[in-house]
Design a protein around this ligand. Structure first.
Ligand SMILES: [Zn+2]
Length: 338
């Protein structure tokens, strides 16, 4: 370890031994939005050895208000968030070992992520993915850290399987759609997202440095308007379907329909079988017959019957202007012949 991390090693619970553990660690970050950008930047700069960044979206103009790794050049280049974040992190630390997973996280990928990483951080905005991470965490007996920010409010929960509550001890079932406020509806203050991500990264460093005893026990909640912070202790639920009965409903869910409606966005994501690789230049040539096509190394964008479409190299398509999975699958089949 060079002088680069001297200031951090002066913190009593880090020290040279904690720093060596941090350098040897591998951390997955799922969702590289406002939370994921800040926690990834803090952990990369803290010297975490390996990061895996997972995000299915590309950088858009409305992200720039709070997603601190992204620039106007990423918006203009329509760069996937996971790739843009890796590029920004390597500019800050050339030797960082970071992988960009530019994909939609399903059960298989969640298992693979926990197999490769010591810890996973939640940077998502949806409970479906969080419940999937919770299942994969309990199954693999590796920790994850829930984090959420909406408006001026934030919350963080460290889940250490066997040592405290899991997410399903607190929420036995998936909250129904539209029951919880989202950033699309309630908005979000940039500092609220950064504060949550900072708390999450701080809890992560305690775990990585080998001091899980210092982690908060229970849900940390803060509100920035009145400026209050509290920790709500929460016991493990002896009847929890996940951590007590080891019933992994979200991991075992069949991928079935292969489409998702995307919350608050008037769009549908169509998934392709795992391992699909599209030849984007060839597709560009074929799809140009129907209208203008934009292409970069990761994706192409065009319009299918008045629906803007983003088609990724792994075969996923985000089809806008519809909430109907049947319509989305029909367009996909018609233009791609699959
Ligand atoms: Zn539980």
């Amino acid at each position: 370890v060079t002088g680069r991390y001297d200031r951090q090693m002066l913190v009593p619970w880090v020290g040279p031994e904690g720093q060596a553990r941090i350098a040897a660690a591998s951390v997955g970050i799922v969702g590289v939005g406002a939370l994921g950008c800040t926690s990834a930047a803090l952990l990369a700069r803290a010297g975490v050895g390996h990061l895996v960044l997972v995000d299915r979206d590309l950088v858009e103009e409305t992200n720039l208000q709070r997603q601190l790794l992204f620039t106007e050049a990423h918006v203009a280049g329509r760069v996937p968030k996971a790739r843009a974040a890796c590029e920004a992190l390597r500019a800050a630390r050339a030797e960082l070992d970071a992988d960009a997973w530019d994909l939609d996280l399903g059960p298989e990928q969640a298992r693979e992520l926990f197999a490769r990483c010591d810890l996973v951080l939640d940077g998502t905005d949806n409970y479906e993915t969080r419940f999937l991470l919770n299942d994969a965490s309990v199954e693999s007996a590796k920790p994850w850290i829930y984090a959420g920010a909406v408006s001026t409010y934030g919350a963080v929960l460290v889940v250490r399987p066997g040592e405290g509550p899991c997410l399903r001890c607190l929420f036995p079932t998936l909250p129904p759609p539209a029951s919880a406020p989202t950033c699309d509806i309630a908005g979000v203050l940039g500092p609220a997202a950064s504060a949550v991500a900072s708390l999450q990264a701080s809890e992560a460093l305690k775990l990585l440095a080998g001091r899980p005893d210092l982690c908060s026990r229970g849900m940390v909640q803060f509100e920035l308007t009145e400026l209050s912070l509290r920790v709500l202790p929460h016991p493990r639920d002896g009847g929890c379907p996940c951590c007590s009965r080891r019933q992994f409903d979200f991991l075992e869910e069949r991928e079935g329909s292969r489409t998702h409606r995307l919350c608050g966005r008037d769009s549908v994501m169509v998934l392709a079988p795992r391992g699909t690789r599209l030849d984007l230049p060839t597709l560009e040539a074929r799809l140009s017959a129907f209208g203008p096509v934009f292409r970069n190394p990761y994706l192409l964008q065009t319009v299918w019957e008045e629906h803007p479409v983003t088609l990724y190299a792994d075969g996923r398509a985000m089809i806008q202007g519809t909430k109907d999975p049947v319509r989305a699958r029909a367009l996909y089949a018609r233009f791609l012949g699959m």
